[in-house]
Design a protein around this ligand. Sequence first.
Ligand SMILES: [Zn+2]
Length: 120
Amino acid sequence: MFELMVEKTFDAAHYLEGYNGKCSRMHGHTYRVQLCVAGPNLDPKFGMLMDFKDMKHALNSVVEQLDHRILNDVVKFQPTTEQMAKFFYDQLLPNIPKNVTLKKVVLWENPTNCAIYTPD
Ligand SMILES: [Zn+2]
């Protein structure tokens, strides 16, 4: 089994509506998002599972929706790190080739806290 991962950082603000704590106030994060794909077979001609260029293009297309925005204005749910990781997964899935599995999305909200979304 082969796995590939690419990552990108972006800046965004959010607040957790109704939350009892300081995260209810608007604040910003420099998020780091990692996209991980997996599969057993490499392209026989190039020896690649998936082109890193295509992975980065897929990831950029989601990041561009969120970078330097207020996440609450972009999504229709509470923009916790967990739910934003699933948002990335759902947005990325159509852009992943059928012969490759979108294994997980890891979303870091700071250097020490991350949420990981994998399908059931
Ligand atoms: Zn936050």
